[in-house]
Design a protein around this ligand. Structure first.
Ligand code: TYM
Length: 333
């Protein structure tokens, strides 16, 4: 049945519009015709040492948000990474053939190294091998992710091919990053600089669970300037970013209306931001309401996690049996 699709998100906070556009919508569209796995990447979130109670809370929150966003546990396998400890075993094997040089060259690692110089741990360095283990354990072929994950996917192909070559066996297929549009998505944050990201601060992110008041406050505060002074002037990054956000949630007509206003220098940022707020809010309101309902039902979340763990294990144990056989790991009793 179609492709084997897998994607995951770290439970380091509630989901934001970037996560939704980069990973979740594409996944939801694929779950009808493909074998789909979606998981909460709790092992990955340990690189920043969260408190146990925060981690538990975030896992439940993210699981609720996946469900609210349309991931159907009866069509897809929805599980929590640590409920599949085979992932950690495959991570260990892959680390034996991952070279320090290639890990140190990873952009996300270099980025974290400069942002958190007092906590450069081995988990950060080997983040790409853990991610490869997630993907290879189900022998996935398509991975819906945002633009920032492209390099990790390339490393996954390197590790999988290297394993196949070393053991002279065609076990792992090549997985590619996937988006329904032509390009992988990058939703910008509200501060006018980089991407919308959980580590960039709460005011930079539009969370799926934000109240209308919170959304409005953040959008109205987004960085702008005194407006264009020349017809068809190029937009500064922070204005381009606001157009990207409007484009993600609004209609083509609305975007065109403000593009024209920009081009003839009549744009009023107050109206522009109000429109962005209205479109973001209309887009997120049904999701927010579902998150609220699902999050209050711990029993349901437990059932979903259990069912997901059982299904994920079926696929993972078939792969691990082959991996152990090829490597020569076999118990003597
Ligand atoms: P995380 O939690 O950082 O991001 C989860 C997903 O959201 C996407 N994303 C974005 N997409 C567009 N615009 C943005 N501003 C934006 N911010 C985040 C990310 O690209 C990602 O798809 N390493 C993964 C988690 C992971 C994983 C995996 C994913 C672990 N194992 C295996 C796929 C397959 C991550 O970055 O999580």
């Amino acid at each position: 049945m179609g492709e084997i699709v897998l994607s995951g998100i770290r439970p380091t906070g509630p989901l934001h519009l970037g996560n939704y556009m980069g990973a979740v919508t594409n996944f939801v569209k694929m779950q009808e015709n493909n074998r789909c796995y979606f998981f909460v990447a709790d092992y990955h979130s340990l690189t920043t040492h969260p408190l146990a109670e925060h981690l538990q809370e975030n896992i439940k929150q993210v699981l609720s948000e996946y469900l609210a966003a349309g991931i159907d546990p009866n069509k897809s396998t929805l599980y929590i990474q640590s409920d599949l400890p085979e992932t950690a075993e495959l991570y260990l094997y892959l680390n034996m053939n991952a070279y320090i040089g290639e890990l140190e060259r990873t952009t996300t690692y270099k980025d974290k190294k400069s942002k958190q110089p007092t906590n450069i741990n081995a988990g950060l360095l080997t983040y790409p091998t853990l991610m490869a283990a997630d993907i290879l354990i189900h022998r996935a072929t398509k991975v819906p992710v945002g633009k920032d994950q492209e390099q990790h996917l390339e490393m996954t192909r390197t590790f999988g091919n290297r394993f196949n070559r070393m053991y002279n066996y065609d076990l792992f297929p090549e997985a590619t990053a996937y988006n329904f549009g032509e390009e992988l998505v990058k939703i910008p944050g509200l501060d006018g600089s980089g991407k919308m990201g959980k580590s960039e601060g709460v005011d930079n992110c539009l969370y799926l669970s934000d109240s209308p008041e919170a959304l409005k406050k953040k959008i109205m505060k987004a960085l702008t300037d005194s407006g264009p002074t020349q017809m068809n002037q190029e937009k500064p990054v922070y204005i381009e970013n606001l157009f990207t956000i409007l484009n993600a949630v609004g209609t083509n007509d609305t975007v065109q209306y403000f593009e024209d206003q920009w081009n003839n220098c009549t744009i009023r940022y107050g109206d522009f931001k109000k429109q962005i707020f209205e479109d973001v809010n209309a887009f997120l309101t049904p999701i927010r309401e579902r998150i609220h309902d699902i999050r209050s039902n711990d029993e349901y979340l437990g059932k979903v996690a259990k069912q997901g763990a059982e299904q994920a294990r079926e696929s993972a144990s078939a792969t691990m049996k082959e991996v152990r056989r090829l490597i020569g790991i076999k118990s003597l009793f």
